[in-house]
Design a protein around this ligand. Structure first.
Ligand code: 5GP
Length: 204
């Protein structure tokens, strides 16, 4: 077994990974899923349209499903029923973490990777005080812009909005005091090692 594997699963923890769009959060989360036994991915609900490569799905070990795609009415109905652990409006669309799958997984001793933006991270911090919250920073603003452009998933207008959102998100994350850890994602392998160290420390 590689030495960087986190083996402690006495009690499941919610692991929040936040950071501006384009910082490499999803790559980090995929690596965490591959290396942490019993870790599962929390599948968010969103009203944003599906991108070409995205798949729908459930909480599956080692598999990162994209989203549950809902109409605004469906999302609102779930919210009204209290079915979300947290919700946020992000660049014109709604996003939310379904509550029951997360609670079920931690009850079964699994760690749940929750990749969400900062408004959601703040809500999770308040509702689940023993969650681990990590905020991923880009090395520079230029790298962030280059990564977002390279991804080619957004229109020029959406890209501009996401970049503007990034500055506000970093400030909000710092001001909120809700994130225990800030990591700079310069090198993916190094960042993953840093986050695994954090999780190991918090779960031992
Ligand atoms: P994208 O549209 O690029 O998939 O996601 C946009 C932003 O929303 C990203 O920062 C992503 O982490 C965040 N996000 C995804 N799902 C959720 C969720 O359920 N709740 C919150 N608050 N943010 C989410």
């Amino acid at each position: 077994m590689p030495s960087d594997v986190v083996t402690t699963t006495k009690q499941g923890k919610v692991i929040v990974i936040s950071g501006p769009s384009g910082t490499g959060k999803t790559s980090i989360c995929n690596q965490l899923l591959a290396r942490i036994p019993h870790a599962v991915w929390s599948v968010s609900a969103t009203t944003r349209p599906r991108r070409k490569h995205e798949i729908g799905g459930d909480l599956l070990p080692g598999v990162q499903a994209s989203y549950e795609y809902l109409s605004i009415e469906e999302f609102q109905a779930m919210d009204d029923r209290g079915d979300f652990l947290e919700t946020a409006d992000y660049v014109g669309h709604k996003y939310g973490t379904p509550r029951v799958p997360v609670e079920k997984a931690i009850g079964e001793g699994k760690h749940v990777i929750v990749e969400i933006e900062v408004q959601g991270g703040i809500q999770v911090a308040r509702r689940m005080t023993d969650s681990i919250r990590v905020f991923v920073l880009p090395p520079t603003r230029e790298t962030l812009e280059a990564r977002l452009r390279g991804r080619k998933t957004e229109s020029a207008a959406q890209l501009k909005k996401r970049l503007a959102e990034a500055d506000g998100e970093i400030a909000a994350a710092r001001d909120s005091g809700c994130y225990q850890y800030f990591v700079v994602n310069d090198d993916l392998d190094e960042t993953v090692r840093d986050v695994l160290d954090i999780i190991r420390k918090e779960t031992e």
